[in-house]
Each structure stands twice: as structure tokens, then as C-alpha cells.
Design a protein around this ligand. Sequence first.
Ligand SMILES: *Cc1c(COP(=O)(O)O)cnc(C)c1O
Length: 229
Amino acid sequence: MILENLNIVKAHVRESCEVSRRDPESVRIISVTKTQPAETIREVYSCGMRDVGENKAQELRDKSTELQLPGINWHFIGHLQSNKVKYVVPVAEFIHSVDSLKIATDIDSFANKIGKIQNILLEVNLADEASKFGLRDFDSVQKLAESVNLLPNIKLCGLMTMAPYTMDEYILRKCFADLRHFSDSLNNSGFGLKELSMGMTNDYRIAIEEGATMIRIGTAIFGERNYNY
Ligand SMILES: *Cc1c(COP(=O)(O)O)cnc(C)c1O
């Protein structure tokens, strides 16, 4: 089941890359395993997947401790609170969801303590009025990017967003294009951002056409989530 689903996702990734004349190797597929048991991560790993995303700090710590799979890259994609930085920084290759100087500073000081340079992305929220998380406009992104760049144990690698849940292709495309424009503008003023983390089950094909370098896929690989797990 997982292998078949993965093959479908990979085929769509190749198609979207062809449409937009991109190298399929330039798109990392992150398997989003939140709510899934450790066994399921073992299975997707045995299918060759090496990038795994979790959105809860303790879940990330527990699963990464239990599994210890060589070459696996853990991504933290959920909202991070200061008191949980200690669970995430030791294991996460990327933290996708930095949206305040406070959390960036806490990540920086924990990274310093364990002798690590932590890769991060800034989370931008152009879509969801109801959500408290994510930066709302370019000025806030630029300001935080500039401050974060001064933190010695953090490497700012790019931007992340979640599009609204809609089938309206125009809205989705605009959201992803806006994120890319933010990134281009920052790069024009001297940043070296390489990563655009955008695209989920509902919209990853459009995200790839608009430049995604990381797509975060749960449902299309594992089926509907069971939150009672
Ligand atoms: C759950 C989640 C995903 C995956 O969503 P699907 O629609 O199941 O692919 C991606 N990104 C974030 C931040 C998530 O929380």
C-alpha cells in the first residue's frame, strides 16, 4: 500500500517537474508521519524514503530514539514552543516552522549548547486568518530573516508555507508564487535561500510548478490519518 502510493506520488512529481522543466532530483519528498506508529516509519524507510516529517516535539523525539535508522533525515514541521526546543534540535535536520525571534533565539542557544548549526526555514502564513502561526507579510519575513542571520548557530535555508485548504487552483498557485517571490526578493538583497517548503497532498503538483524544493506529504502516502492513535 505505502509502496504503491509512493510510486504514484513520485510519478506525479516527475510529471510536474517535466511541465515546469525542473530536475525531479530538486524536489525532496518528505513523508509526513505524524500520528503514524514507528512501524510505519520503518516501512516507508524500507521503501527508500529518507526524509520524514513530524509536527509534535515529543513524538519526534520518541520516534527518532526508537528507530535509529541510518541516513534518515528528520524534519520538524509543527509549531514549536520554547520549552520543547530541547527535544527537536538534537534530531531535526530542518526546523520548518520558525516564526518569531524568540523561538529562533531559543533554538540558537540550544544548538550552541550541543555544538550544532541548526538549519531552519521561516514559516509564512498568507492563507489562514484563523491560525496564530506564521509571518503575515514580506516586511515581517525580511525583519526576522535579518535578525536570524545574526544568530551564529542557525542557518537560514529558506521559507515554508501551508496553502489554504481549497481546490481553487488560482488561490493555491498565488500562495506558492507569493512565497517564491518573497524568497527571490530576499535573495536579491543578499540572502542565499535555497529551500521552498510548500505543497501537501492536496496541492503538491502546483507547488512544484511554482518552485517547491520540499513537499510534505502525509495522506497521499499513508491514507487518511487516525488522530486517535
Ligand atoms: C500534516 C501536515 C502535512 C501533510 O499533510 P497531508 O495533507 O496529509 O499531505 C504537511 N505539512 C504540515 C505542516 C502538516 O502539519
